[in-house]
Write a protein that binds this ligand. Structure first.
Ligand SMILES: [Zn+2]
Length: 78
């Protein structure tokens, strides 16, 4: 169970960014939000700190994948 980053309710992580999750309701709310809306800017402020984390986790994923490949190659040799 993860906690929705926006409304704070516990969700079966529908949309997960790093260790954060966003529930379906909030995802709809974001998608239906008018970018000229003041609330949209508030939502962007919530997401801003995440951008750094997304980049960091993307790098980590790449590293993990490389290591996984190496491990698999070693196993194949046995
Ligand atoms: Zn939510």
């Amino acid at each position: 169970m993860a906690r929705c980053l926006i409304c704070g309710s516990e969700v079966d992580s529908i949309l997960v960014i790093g260790k954060h999750a966003i529930c379906g309701n909030c995802e709809d709310a974001i998608l239906n939000r008018n970018p000229n809306d003041k609330e949209y800017e508030e939502l962007l402020a919530v997401f801003k700190p995440l951008s750094q984390e997304i980049l960091a986790s993307a790098e980590k994923t790449a590293e993990t994948t490389e290591q996984g490949t190496i491990e698999r190659e070693i196993k194949d040799e046995e």
